[in-house]
Design a protein around this ligand. Structure first.
Ligand code: SF4
Length: 476
């Protein structure tokens, strides 16, 4: 994990599914490729043909490395689901890669999950007492077992009954030989979008940027508490049916998707990520302008907010930091310890832009602050006269129990330092976060629609006292 990403809150997963396409595995590969930013530690595809024969390939690594043309050619069938994920420390093993697929009395079944189930341990204990044997340490596996246990029911009913048992954040795609089911938890924490290719095959994805790559039309959203069932109609063409499996809960769309995780070219939760991210920067510029010559983003995630900041303040925007996108998982490190090598391998300052200038640096969030400090030093060494650091989100005080990987509470810099102490630690001339009110304003003034618990501690859904978010060791 590079220095520039290990100091970020990390997304856990991205999911994709396609129903009714002759090249289902290649479409899924592309859908995952476009969502690579949602998880870079493992990738997997499960595909099933009309005879109910399932095939799967998953491994550690990024999508382009995990799949070869030969493997995609082996994954034959017209329905497929796929998954990209991060894992938490200690559980970066292929057994925990998704989709999770099993053979049971009703045939083959596969599940891909984005989110975190807060009652997974409870259900797991109950299932183990009844004889279920778990193969991974991923909370998502409980859904597979619940469906298998409910095997006396029709498949769609068994999924509906199983989903009703789950609490937490979940967007699922579930596949067997007859159905692909896309489901979203009653609070709607994680996004899940629906699309169509040429009026034929249906696709679902965490983000719509996946649809653009495969030329699919974005046609709708899986709403909170809903399961969307894709199957073959009497005319042999794919059809779609919507079932409300649970009443909608308090709306709790993850606001961090807009701040950092989702790609700006995506539409999620019926909103353009670009528009909201730009509004965050604009609001930040209105609240905390600086007397400066140039606004530069910490790329890539700070780019859109920095443009908004520049628009609000009238200060010139420029690319004062350049990111190297071509850093593979392995690179040859110098034998001599080059200071801050981890940051340098990803980012470099453009001297001509920052030298002798008063620079505003815009970043999307600050977690531990360790990477920010190195980036600031890099800009200072490139000759910046003043540095004004601006964050397009409020201070992060609390961990996430709904599918994001945060460091511990004590590691979050906002919990251990005052604003002035952070400014001194970063060695900047001025420092400001976006206010909580400003965040609410930028997302349209509807705090009641969003989860903002990592900022304000108002958790929309109870989790048991003392629950360790890694109780299953891992989640997705
Ligand atoms: S706690 Fe933060 S990261 Fe987690 S779901 Fe809520 S807003 Fe998103």
């Amino acid at each position: 994990m590079s220095d520039t990403t290990n100091d970020k809150v990390r997304e856990e997963c991205g999911i994709f599914g396609v129903f009714g396409h002759p090249e289902a595995s290649t479409i899924t590969y592309l859908g995952l490729y476009a969502q690579q930013h949602r998880g870079q530690e493992s990738a997997g595809i499960f595909v099933i043909d009309d005879q109910g024969k399932g095939r799967e390939h998953k491994d550690m690594g990024i999508v382009a490395d995990v799949f070869t043309e030969k493997q995609l050619a082996y994954l034959t069938g017209s329905r497929a689901i796929g998954h990209v994920r991060y894992s938490t420390t200690g559980s970066s093993v292929v057994e925990n890669a998704q989709p999770i697929s099993v053979k049971y009395v009703k045939g083959e079944l596969s599940v891909a999950h984005n989110g975190n189930l807060v009652n997974a341990d409870e259900i797991k204990n109950e299932l183990e007492e009844r004889g279920s044997i778990f193969e991974s340490t991923v909370d998502s596996e409980v859904l597979v077992h619940l469906i298998a246990v409910n095997n006396k029911m029709d498949f769609v009913d068994s999924v509906r009954e199983s989903l009703k048992r789950l609490k937490g954040a979940f967007s699922f795609v579930i596949l067997n030989k007859d159905y692909m089911i896309a489901a979203r938890d009653p609070n709607g924490f994680r996004p899940l979008e629906i699309g169509r290719i040429d009026g034929g095959a249906y696709v679902v994805a965490s983000e719509t940027c996946a649809f653009d790559l495969i030329n699919a039309e974005h046609t709708g959203t899986v709403e909170p508490g809903e399961m969307v069932v894709f199957s073959k109609g009497p005319d042999g063409l794919p059809k779609m049916e919507t079932i409300q499996f649970a009443e909608r809960g308090r709306s709790a769309m993850c606001v961090f998707e807009f701040i950092y995780f989702a790609r700006p070219d995506s539409t999620i939760f019926n909103r353009s990520v670009n528009d909201i991210r730009r509004a965050l920067g604009h609001q930040l510029g209105t609240e905390s302008p600086a007397d400066a010559d140039v606004v530069i983003p910490v790329p890539d995630s700070g780019v859109t907010a920095a443009i908004g900041y520049a628009q609000a303040t009238g200060i010139r925007y420029d690319m004062g930091l350049i990111r190297n996108h071509y850093v593979g998982r392995t690179f040859i490190e110098p034998s001599q310890n080059i200071r801050d090598f981890g940051v340098r391998i990803k980012l470099n300052a453009v001297r001509e832009i920052v030298k002798d200038r008063r620079v505003v640096v815009v970043d999307d969030s600050i977690v531990r602050g360790t990477t920010s400090r190195k980036i600031i030093k890099m800009i200072r060494n490139a000759g910046a006269k003043e540095i004004h650091y601006r964050i397009s989100s409020p201070p992060i005080y609390n961990p996430c129990f709904y599918g994001m990987d945060f460091p511990t509470k004590t590691e979050l810099i906002a919990n251990s330092h005052t604003m002035e102490e952070i400014r001194k630690y970063l060695r900047v001339d001025s420092f400001a976060y976006l206010s909580l009110d400003g965040l609410v304003k930028a997302v349209g003034g509807r705090k009641d629609k969003y989860c903002m618990a990592c900022f304000d501690g108002d958790y929309p859904l109870d989790f048991r006292d003392g629950q360790n978010k890694h109780i299953f060791e891992d989640k997705c």
